[in-house]
Every structure is written in C-alpha cells, then in structure tokens.
Design a protein around this ligand. Structure first.
Ligand code: DX5
Ligand code: ZN
Length: 217
C-alpha cells in the first residue's frame, strides 16, 4: 500500500495550520516545497515555516529543497523539525549533505529532474531513504505530468526490489486521478500531489480519490 504526500505548495499559506488539519486524515506525509528563486525561478517558503507548522501536526514533514545552497540550510531544517530533506543531484556530490542530514537524525532524500538520467542517482541508492522522481520541471505547481519519467521509475523499482533496498520511490508533479495509476503501476511508493489536492473543493476527498485510483483502496 502506497502513501500520499499532499504538497502544501498549493495550499492557502495564510491558513496553513487549518489546511494541514483538513488534509490530515488522508495524508501519510506532508510535502514541503522549498524554492529559492535561484535553483528554480519561483520563491516559496523555508525552515521558519516548517518550524511554525511543526507544533500543529504530527505528519511526517517531507522537505523538498529546490535551492542552490542546501549545505547552508540543512541545520535550520533539522532544528525546525523536518523529518527528511530531499536534495537535488543536479547540484553535484550529495554525500556531504547526506552526512549532515544523518548527523541530525533526519532521513535522506535524493531527487532528480525529468531530464536527468537515472544513472546519476544510482551510485547513491544504498545511502538514501527516498529517491524522488520529478515528473514536471521543478518550480511550479499545476504543470502537466511528463510520462517519459515512468520508464526511469520502472527501472529503479526493478533495481530496488532486486537488491531489496529500503528505499522509497516518490514521484512529484502532475499527479492526479488520471496519472496516479500510471505512477503506482510503474512502482511508486509515495505520490506527491499539490494542485490536485489543495486545488480541489474537498482536499481530503481528492487525496482519497487519488489513493483509490492508484492502489484501489
Ligand atoms: C514542483 C514541486 C511539486 C509541486 C507539485 O516543483 O516540487 O511538489 O507542488 O504540484 P502539482 O501536484 O500541482 O504538480
Ligand atoms: Zn516537490
């Protein structure tokens, strides 16, 4: 049975605690999109918001760092109460970042963009807890799902299963009731959904529908 990670990127930032409480019954993790206006063109939220959210929810806080300088900010995310940080392989050798996250007791995520080959992340498979597949170009919610990413996901599923690695495969971008079954079928463990959840009149109902479309439960 897979997990649903609503992305608060599409939530009402002025109502975050209420938005999170509303989604709680249908969320397994909460996906927090951190954008710096440099690594991606958009600017969103950072560790101070994670710190404010932490006392309002027991949900796992899955922080996706779309920033140029994660090394400078990992300590802040750990102190704020992040359960994991996920860093982009496109920035270069992620091992020092992994070490820093482990020092803080955070789980470790690695993410790669749609055009980045799977080979770029394979050397790190045994050092991470989460491998994230971007199924849109990072930076904005509400973009269309890129189906070509499914081939990478399927290949990773095979490798992870064959080696019995404790790595969760997560996919992020354009997930809705149409694309969720495709991602689940290709082997995703965690589906991130932003606009399809928080853009719906009933976010918890929308998350439930995505879960049902993906895994039939
Ligand atoms: C995009 C972010 C996503 C975003 C997904 O850069 O990483 O997490 O919130 O939004 P949707 O589900 O609307 O594509
Ligand atoms: Zn994300």
């Amino acid at each position: 049975m897979g997990k649903i990670a609503p992305s608060i990127l599409s939530a009402d930032f002025a109502e975050l605690a209420n938005e999170v409480a509303r989604i709680r019954p249908q969320a397994d993790l909460l996906h927090v999109d951190v954008m710096d206006g440099h690594f991606v063109p958009n600017l969103t939220i950072g560790a101070p918001v994670v710190k404010c959210l932490r006392p309002h929810t027991d949900l796992y806080l899955d922080c996706h760092l779309m920033i140029d300088n994660p090394a400078d900010l990992l300590d802040d995310f750990a102190a704020a109460g992040a359960d994991s940080c996920t860093v982009h392989v496109e920035l270069g050798d992620p091992r020092p970042l992994f070490d820093r996250m482990r020092t803080h007791g955070m789980r470790v995520g690695l993410v790669h963009n749609p055009e980045t080959p799977l080979e770029a992340v394979l050397p790190y498979l045994e050092e991470i807890d989460i491998l994230l597949f971007m199924s849109v170009h990072p930076g904005f919610g509400g973009q269309a799902f890129l189906p070509e990413v499914l081939d990478k996901l399927r290949a990773a599923r095979g490798i992870v299963d064959e080696r019995a690695l404790p790595v969760e495969l997560e996919i992020d971008g354009g997930i809705n009731i149409e694309t969720a079954p495709l991602a689940a079928d290709a082997g995703a463990d965690i589906l991130v959904a932003g606009s399809a959840v928080f853009g719906a009149p009933d976010p918890a109902g929308a998350a439930r529908a995505i879960r049902a479309a993906a895994w039939g439960t």
